[in-house]
Design a protein around this ligand. Structure first.
Ligand code: HEC
Length: 377
């Protein structure tokens, strides 16, 4: 059948409309985050009773918006769904705790919920925006928090400038060591997944090393990733155009993990996995109907666990859970479940033994039953 010229504009409008929906929601999100910023950056203002109605009203709007984002077609069919769901739950929790009166805990929860903005925005290559979010009283905010807000709203260019300053002017800028390390990690994510330029990453990290006052531990991290970036920049970009090619490449990179080994201290492997996760996100974006979905969730859990050791609602945990609940009859579901159990056991182990909370145990039992019933046991 010939495509008549009249159908072309229609197709274009259709394509733009889907994209435009997320974008409109994001513009709204930008507005809310701007309203919230003065409070998020100041525990005193966040806790002040006179600000409560305003904060609560913005939180209500954000919760509603996060529910809409979660149901967007594009978000539903890709790996954006995982941070989208976590974002909604965490915002709801932050608001509930806010209204119960525990303001400092609510602020902590709200801040951690914003890491979901970053999880979505760093999955794939993107252009930097040029939004700057100003406070009513700019002076109160430190450089690190400014950089984080710029990164959250995807103003990567400006955020990177600030992260470089945080690293380059330590310790006279009084930045916390932990913030310096986060700045390094943000740069690694940016150059690996967004600009996909590991040579530039190596250059940028080399520049950081000019600061001779960095702590030895920070220098070791930067040197490790600089060396890794230089090495991996030489490795060919895989042609992941089919399920088979994607599997071959992923299983090659994750050889050690799939055989049960794992060392978080290996910067080269950490970086290879980060690069792999970027390719996997893109593959899911381009092939939302792929049969490889449960495997991709399984692989992503290994890629992400190198960068995130959090437990509750951490990306590895959420991917594994999805693999089990959405694909219980697929052979990989059993592996996902085993990995999930291992994560929980490691996470809840301490000097007093393993102490898995009742709700987590109950959830694991449900997952196990689901796999067993679907596999005829
Ligand atoms: C579910 C994933 C997801 C979450 C969560 C998310 N975003 Fe986004 N965001 C996107 C996607 C996808 C785009 C790209 C939209 C496009 O250009 O088509 C985007 C784009 C943006 C943009 C750029 C819009 C433009 O005009 O170019 C801003 C600003 C933004 N998001 C802000 C936020 C903020 C602030 C948060 C958190 C409070 C957030 N987003 C949370 C997925 C997400």
């Amino acid at each position: 059948m010939q495509l008549r010229w009249t159908s072309i504009p229609l197709l274009l409008i259709f394509a733009c409309a889907t994209q435009a929906k997320v974008k409109t929601q994001m513009d709204e999100m930008l507005q809310h985050i701007a309203e919230l910023k003065p409070f998020v950056t100041s525990p005193t203002k966040y806790a002040a009773p006179e600000n409560s109605p305003e904060i609560n009203s913005v939180l209500t709007k954000m919760v509603a918006l996060s529910a809409k984002i979660k149901h967007d077609d594009k978000v539903k069919s890709t790996a954006l769904q995982v941070p989208a769901t976590a974002f909604e739950t965490q915002l709801q929790d932050a608001q509930r705790v806010f209204n119960s009166g525990n303001k400092s805990y609510s602020l902590w929860m709200l801040r951690s919920s914003l890491s979901n903005c970053i999880s979505c925005h760093t999955q794939m290559p993107a252009q930097s925006t040029s939004f700057a979010i100003r406070n009513k009283d700019q002076n109160l905010v430190n450089l690190f928090q400014e950089a984080e807000f710029l990164f959250i709203v995807r103003n990567f260019d400006k955020a990177l400038e600030f992260y470089n300053k945080i690293i380059g002017e330590f310790p006279s800028n009084k930045a916390l060591v932990q913030d310096v390390e986060t700045a390094v990690i943000r740069k690694i994510f940016y150059y690996t997944r967004i600009s996909r330029n590991l040579k530039d990453l190596a250059k940028s990290l080399d520049n950081d090393l000019k600061n001779k006052n960095l702590l030895p531990a920070t220098v070791a991290i930067i040197k490790g990733y600089k060396e890794a970036a230089n090495t991996i920049a030489q490795e060919p970009v895989p042609a992941m155009t089919t399920d088979a090619a994607t599997r071959t490449y992923a299983e090659k990179i994750l050889r050690k993990e799939l055989a049960g080994g794992l060392s978080y201290e290996d910067s080269r492997q950490n970086l290879r996995n980060l690069r792999l996760s970027g390719f996997l996100y893109e593959y899911l974006d381009k092939h939302p109907e792929t049969n490889l979905k449960p495997d991709i969730y399984y692989w992503l859990s290994f890629c992400e666990s190198r960068w995130e050791r959090g437990l509750q609602d951490s990306l590895p945990e959420l991917y594994l859970k999805k693999c089990v609940t959405e694909f219980p009859s697929n052979p990989v579901a059993k592996k996902c479940f085993k990995e999930f159990k291992d994560l929980m056991i490691i996470g809840y182990s301490g000097s007093g033994g393993t102490n898995i909370p009742a709700d987590v145990s109950a959830e694991m039992e449900k997952m196990q039953t689901l796999i067993e019933t679907r596999n005829g046991k």
